[in-house]
Design a protein around this ligand. Structure first.
Ligand code: AMP
Ligand code: MG
Length: 418
């Protein structure tokens, strides 16, 4: 008999194939209007264009005196000070020949003036000012629209609202902005052995640390975690939790997705009518991952081991949520680092090695951050990044260059880099 096509080896996919399958299955979320004060960290759902020039009027770039450049062609020159224009006041007097107006930075230029001489180049006595250094017409002025001309595109949809952009929106007189909805993401822990942190007793059960690591990871990416608690390893209970989870935009489960007797996730999702898009990715930690679409929602069945959970979240769930949120930059930056010790592995699966990074002789170096077992969270706690060792590589000698994904960096990229 021929080998069934559903054996794990035949159905497994590479990390980049899994990423592509998942990203291709996602639907972007809708948008909502928020006040500018709530906009930071959200993603623009509209194209922002300048509606008027900034600054709106020609104004002074200096504290000094507004004057006619021709009056100070020869210096020293004495002028009559006929007006005082602080920032924020519109000048009403027109300057005549031989006249100047005291002017402060940001104040609009009076009619008749064509330049500003800086205060440091003058001496004031009562209503007279002596100018010691001449200026050309246009000197020390900021033209209307020198920052932004009307009609200019300030930022396209998909841009993260960072402080400079929020400031620009305010400068344009905006008080509200259209942003992409934050995805509500259900988290479901499965396993008879799990308890909540405040119920820990020495009875062989363990804390559902994944529930909390995942909530943190969701908050970090800008999603809203909806924690559904622990389901026991019973198909009915798991099915009920998944059904409850469908009020959210996406669903993450942990545990129960491998081939054990009590691993129900795939079967339950199939019975609920889910469309299994992938299962098993050729990676370590974290081979068993189910990606299913159910009632139009992405469901990520992540493995239970704490490091597998976080590493698979990082590779697949995080970019998926950023894509749903309309972000163009979805991937952590990847840098090259010199490996401090040799790394060996069998072929067939890509490894994500938890590493700490430092600088030595002007070069970035990577050292494994401790025990690489997928159950050992401490090395993940201490890791600055994940060094990527490709599927077919079996040995990286000490001193070789590796690609390291910076798992704490916000400097996201449009391309995965791995
Ligand atoms: P499973 O994939 O269900 O076989 O789980 C693999 C390993 O991960 C087991 O040792 C589980 O005890 C552990 N595990 C499963 N779920 C969690 C969780 N929510 N938090 C921490 N560890 C877990
Ligand atoms: Mg389990």
């Amino acid at each position: 008999m021929r080998e069934s096509s559903s054996t794990p080896e035949r159905t497994s996919v590479s990390v980049s194939e899994a990423r592509d399958i998942i990203l291709a299955a996602l639907v972007p979320l809708g948008s909502e209007t928020v006040g500018l004060a709530e906009a930071t960290g959200r993603v623009l759902a509209e194209s922002v264009r300048a509606t008027h020039p900034i600054p709106p009027l020609e104004n002074s770039a200096m504290d000094g005196y507004a004057l006619r450049a021709e009056d100070v062609a020869r210096t020293p020159a004495e002028l009559l000070v006929v007006d005082e224009i602080p920032a924020g006041r519109f000048p009403t007097l027109k300057l005549g020949p031989g006249e100047a107006a005291r002017i402060l930075t940001g104040a609009p230029l009076p009619e008749g003036a064509d330049a500003v001489v800086m205060q440091e180049d003058t001496e004031r006595q009562a209503d007279r000012v002596t100018v010691f250094r001449g200026v050309a017409a246009g000197a020390n002025l900021r033209a209307a629209g020198c920052d932004v001309q009307p009609g200019v595109e300030i930022a396209p949809p998909g841009t993260l609202l960072h402080p400079a952009l929020v400031g620009m929106l305010a400068a344009l007189g905006r008080t509200q902005i259209r942003v992409v909805v934050r995805p509500q993401v259900a988290i479901l822990a499965t396993g008879d052995e799990l308890v909540e942190p405040d119920q820990l007793e020495n009875d062989g059960r363990i804390v559902t640390s994944n529930s909390y690591g995942l909530q943190a990871a969701l908050q970090e990416v800008g999603a809203v975690p909806v924690y559904l608690g622990i389901a026991p390893d019973e198909p009915e209970a798991i099915a009920a939790s998944f059904q409850e989870a469908l009020r959210c935009d996406a669903v993450i489960s942990t545990g129960g997705v491998s081939v054990g007797d009590r691993d129900w996730i795939k079967q339950v999702l199939a019975e609920l009518g889910g469309d299994m898009r992938l299962w098993r990715v050729r990676m370590k930690p974290g081979a068993p991952i189910a990606f299913v679409t159910l009632a139009g929602r992405p469901v990520f069945g992540l493995p239970g081991n704490p490091v597998s959970t976080l590493v698979t979240f990082e590779q697949f769930v995080r970019p998926a949520l950023l894509a749903m949120m309309g972000r163009r930059e979805r991937f952590r930056p990847v840098v090259q680092a010199r490996l401090c010790e040799a790394y060996r592995k069998p072929p067939g699966r890509a490894h994500f090695v938890r590493v700490s990074l430092s600088w030595r002789d002007g070069e970035r170096t990577a050292t494994p951050a401790g025990d690489q077992s997928s159950a050992v969270l401490l090395s993940m706690v201490r890791a600055d990044g994940l060094a990527f060792v490709p599927e077919d590589t079996t040995e990286l000698p000490a001193g070789s260059l590796v690609a390291v994904q910076l798992i704490h960096s916000d400097d996201l990229r449009e391309e995965p880099g791995l």
